[in-house]
Write a protein that binds this ligand. Sequence first.
Ligand SMILES: Nc1ncnc2c1ncn2[C@@H]1O[C@H](COP(=O)(O)OP(=O)(O)OP(=O)(O)O)[C@@H](O)[C@H]1O
Length: 263
Amino acid sequence: MKAENSNIVLRTEGLKVGYRKKSGDLILASGVNIDIKSGELVAVIGVNGAGKSTLLKTLSGIIQSVDGQVFISGNKLSKTEPDKLSKHISLVLTEQMLSKNLSVMELVALGRQPYTNWIGRLTKKDLKKIMHALQLVNIEDIRDKKCHELSDGQFQKVLIARALAQDTPLIILDEPTTHLDLYHKAYVLKLLQQLTKETGKAILFASHEINLALQLCDKLLILKDRKALFGKPAELIETDAFKDLFPGHLIHFDKESSSFKIK
Ligand SMILES: Nc1ncnc2c1ncn2[C@@H]1O[C@H](COP(=O)(O)OP(=O)(O)OP(=O)(O)O)[C@@H](O)[C@H]1O
């Protein structure tokens, strides 16, 4: 790999995302060509059903692409063993079945699974990583609480801490701000932005918070009309990428304020 590309943690080439079906393939996005570097915060946006979750699952190897390639830190995703992959990508999915009976500390410790031995014994290094993750998201004070005692906002921070404890170059989150109020939506996305800059990790997340993403992200991936538009917020605004994202009779994109407005 060329030296100038050595900090690319995720790259796709002609990726086609969707579901193969006997009755005919469902193609959600074609020609997805993206590259995400260390320290970048990137949001995937698009209307309900555009394929955001499907894309994230494809990028993390949960489902197969219909066509094209995904490269994780320069290695083909299709050729990467699951145990190696878990040292490159941490995933925070909305439908994850996690026991809320665990304490905060126990749940964050699950992030160390790719590194622990078969009985899951934590070493000093694991404990250090766990404590550091708790510190980074500022939840040391609730470390002994049970997860079912937490608010949605606190629980989201715990999931982010678990991903940080996994200590991978790339973190992928599906809708990390669902169920949060406006303050906590902004808080969590700002936290993700800070984490990319402090830790050098790349963070990719799907979100409906387009106005916030426009202010906080280094790059955006817009899924629209089965195509993928990728670039810096200013570039995408300049090329009118947001123009027809929603039916125009109700919402329009105001270029001057770089935000969506209700008509
Ligand atoms: N396992 C599956 N098999 C076939 N089709 C699926 C499957 N999962 C999702 N779909 C379809 O793929 C399309 C995109 O779904 P997806 O969940 O990726 O969209 P999304 O952009 O994340 O939506 P939302 O914003 O509502 O969460 C939808 O039409 C959905 O019905």
